[in-house]
Write a protein that binds this ligand. Sequence first.
Ligand code: HDD
Length: 710
Amino acid sequence: MDDKTRSNETAKSEALDAHTENPDGSHLTTNHGVKVSHTDDSLKAGPRGPTLMEDFHFREKMTHFDHERIPERVVHARGSGAHGYFQPYESMEQFTRAGFLSDPSKKTPVFVRFSTVVGFRGSADTVRDVRGFATKFYTDEGIFDLVGNNMPVFFIQDGIKFPDLVHAIKPEPDNEMPQASAAHDTFWDFISLMPESAHMIMWVLSDRALPRSYRMMDGFGVHTFRWINAEGKARFIKWHWRSTLGNAALVWDETQKTAGKDPDFNRRDLWENIEMGNYPEYELCVQMIEEDQEHDFDFDILDPTKIWPESEVPLKKVGKMVLNRNPQNFFSETEQVAFHPGHVVPGIDFTNDPLLQGRLFSYIDTQLNRFGGANFNEVPINRPLADVHNNQRDGFMRQTINRGKVSYFPNSLGGGCPMTAGADAGGFEHYMEKVDGRKVRDRSEKFRDFFSQANMFWHSLADHEQDRLVSAAHFELGKVMTMEVRERMVYEFFNRIDHDLAVRVAKGIAVEPPEKDESTKSRYRAPEVSVEHESRKDTVATRKVAILADQGYDHKRLEKVKEKLMEGGASAEVVSMFLGTLKSTDGKEMEADKSHVTSASVMYDAVLVAGGKEAVRAMKSQGDAVGFVNETFRHAKTVGAIDHGVELVEEGEAKGAKYASADSDGVVADKGLVTVGQGGDIDEFADEFVKALARYRHWDRDPERKMVPA
Ligand code: HDD
């Protein structure tokens, strides 16, 4: 690593570390540096007397506390952040003059904030929602913010509808219910009158709205942007982040239980994995369309409710982002970070996408409200690494001490500085797109094709993905009390997307089946939209296994399986009735990481039942242990059992899959249930268990989907 790269990588962390908190031997002080002798009692007129006004320490401490909150974001209030770097694979110079995309040896520091959209700051992570995926690049040429989501399209086509959308989806204003959920009347009332949301609604009802982990989730810039090279040639582009672990989703029943068992599930997963060194990685990709091909497609390329199917416009890999450092202070970094789609660097520019245009106004405006002033760019997490020189001055909480008397341009007293920079000197010059039109409140004709990509989405899913989408619609609309809204959703919305879909949705929400409608048929199929077809990956890396064990477990065979799991990069936690040390049949010991009351099957990707006659006898008498296996099985996750451990599986309802009996000498792997009898080869078992774990969900376990709660 050369000095320049190193200094860039560390510069941001050094800038954030400038203040050392409470070094060894430090004394408690007031905010103004006066050492404090006592902080347990306020100053009183006698031990039983009133508190005195002159107690400046008490008043300062209390006043600061009273002002600890800033307004939470109106959307994306709940977020989790991480630091890292971005590095291009090869120079993109041919397409863009952006410096951070031109030098493959260069690492650019980044800060990413993942978020849910609807819930308040303290809401649960695993709700059905879009996830924000916002990246701040601290480039040498200034800040570039890629403020995206984990879905490639949006609900509306024009920013002017955003306040309506958000009012409709947020808790209802009279009683502030429900929290962090779209499943209520006002949201579906609005949607039923907004056919342009059809494609996005399909994404929101799909597995993509329930990510297993922020590490296993793609990101999208959604809008069409421009790349411009040094010669001034522009191309249309769309941004994509592809998780190297592939996409993985929770099932609905799991998300509901997780919201209670561990409302910080996604935040904790991100934090713990970074602490463990499992650094999340995402490949930055772009789709590119030449300017003269702008009108060659069935859809308008400026429409943010449409994707560019990859069969038409392939992905080009640009580089990789690695998130390798947790924030040190949630408020200072994750809460105070201020993104803005208008933070671009030379080589990147906007298009006339009307949603993007709306956003270009909203983000700075919202920061003014959150920070109470215009100097939020001086907060450490928002400060660029590039130098800042301008004549902006003063305002609430100004940090910079601007020297000298010249704060205007042009000037001669300051030698004409700071002076402007043309493109040759690295200055940002807006792309000179020709614009010519009447002032109208209107949209282009192709924007009005609301349903064909929703139809494409539906037909690009696997059967079991379609089933879960229909179940999601039953939940969401089943919570809608107004019959006309449910009917409108079936007749005017789903039926226009696909008749079969509408009939299936109608059935679950007491709506009469709609008349046949074949008005929409997309000629596109986009396997990339389906988690099952394209974006999942068979890997055990970072998957988390629960080992169920008790006193008298069999150590030796369990260790062999654990070794195999660790080799593949998985992790394991021992779950038992009680916390404490478990003793094995051969005198070995192992600590129980979690007890049944502090854990649940929904926190793990698979369960492995250890062998040992005594241990299994104990577990069979524990409802929690039996329930743990059952639930893992019903959520279509991998279940493994060693020797007598098979009896715990037998005890439960893991039906529909074959298994080896406890005293057999075989290994049986069937539909994600992997078992080995006492005489069976443990290495073979370990291989099969790892294979099943890599597959993650086993939908073939229950083809009629009777057992797996969607
Ligand atoms: Fe937005 C926050 C993403 C449409 C107005 N938005 C916000 C965040 C993300 C997105 C990731 C959280 C940033 C953070 O972590 O601090 N928003 C999107 C995407 C959109 C989108 C991908 C459509 C493609 N947003 C959108 C529109 C508007 C806004 C159309 C208004 C016209 N969004 C905001 C905001 C927020 C915000 C109100 C709230 C907090 C903030 O900006 O910093 O300005």
